[in-house]
Design a protein around this ligand. Sequence first.
Ligand SMILES: Nc1ncnc2c1ncn2[C@@H]1O[C@H](COP(=O)(O)OP(=O)(O)OP(=O)(O)O)[C@@H](O)[C@H]1O
Ligand SMILES: [Mg+2]
Length: 398
Amino acid sequence: MQLSDIQAKLLIVDDLPENLLALEALIKREDRTVYKALSADEALSLLLQHEFAMAILDVQMPGMNGFELAELMRGTDRTKNIPIVFVSAAGREMNYAFKGYESGAVDFLHKPLDIHAVKSKVNVFVDMYRQSKAMQQQVEALEQSRREQETLLVQLQQTQIELEHAVRMRDDFMSIVSHEVRTPLNGLILETQLRKMHLARNNASAFTMDKMHAMVERDERQIQSLIRLIEDMLDVSRIRTGKLSIRPGEFDLSRAVANLLEVFSPQISAAQSSVNFTADQPVVGQWDEFRIEQVISNLLTNALRYGAKKPIDVTVYTEDDFAVVAVRDNGIGISKDNQQRIFQQFERVSGSHVVAGLGLGLFISEQIVAAHNGKITVQSELGEGALFTIHLPLVQKT
Ligand SMILES: Nc1ncnc2c1ncn2[C@@H]1O[C@H](COP(=O)(O)OP(=O)(O)OP(=O)(O)O)[C@@H](O)[C@H]1O
Ligand SMILES: [Mg+2]
């Protein structure tokens, strides 16, 4: 930006219109705008509306004179630094009549006006004004860019923290995944080797109908747990790409939970726990049955894992416009700090690593419930068990 691009506004005040016109003709230029005031009052109202590079005040005016006007200008922040040139008909001793003007930029012109003196004084003040404007703009630009750099730095630091966290999570996740995959695979490979050995020895008694039943049973469980691991990981990438689809159909939530508890009965006894089930009948709505079962399965699995073998309460009921499923356990509980965290992917409460799990269950559950316009909440105190509640709208708003 060039200095001459900075518009300079000049204020001239005189009670005689012909004086104003003559002065205007002298100082007018393309890069300056001249404002004329016929009285101090007019001048004050212009001073409120515009930022002036300088003011040229006639000293002798009826009403408020030039010095009084200057006194008023000195009293206001907005105007106290505007350079003033007084025009007077009196002798040069008048020069000292006005003292102590804040900016110090006070000058005098005498009637009759010397064309050259007027022009050069105005040039000096306008140049000063432009230079200080330009400086001010540079300072502001500098300050602006400093602020931008500061925000950028904060963002960068934030991103770095997030990145480090993501890398740590990925490393943890990889080691948990390999551990989780290895457990069922080890079971399977051991079984296979055992069977091979029996076959090599022609040991038909190892393959009786009973034993085959148990074998297939065990194989199936191991394979199921592998499938679940892979399904969970697939769900996470579906969620990431926004492809987790919900296929709603009408069903009775109470019946679905009852059926699910049937399926869970081996796990419930394996965990040496028990489940109290109470349900309103029926609780019907439009939801994705497979996905909702997935959510409740996860809550049940968690309650069994972290429930310290204590009884579990499962309740299905309606409340206002929602169907509610509540799973309460009496186990280790979750501290307030961790209650937010556990809904994020791969997040597990430290110490729970002794128990199996990828830390994906609640993350996936929350996404599924959200896709139904519902919500999942937890209430818990450390050591006091946990209550997980899902709310599903009974009627979908379209
Ligand atoms: N009922 C509960 N009581 C205490 N802690 C719980 C309970 N449910 C979840 N948590 C904590 O929240 C963490 C996250 O749960 P989430 O279901 O997402 O993962 P996970 O059970 O560890 O693994 P996954 O579900 O993927 O097999 C758990 O690791 C556990 O620390
Ligand atoms: Mg889980």
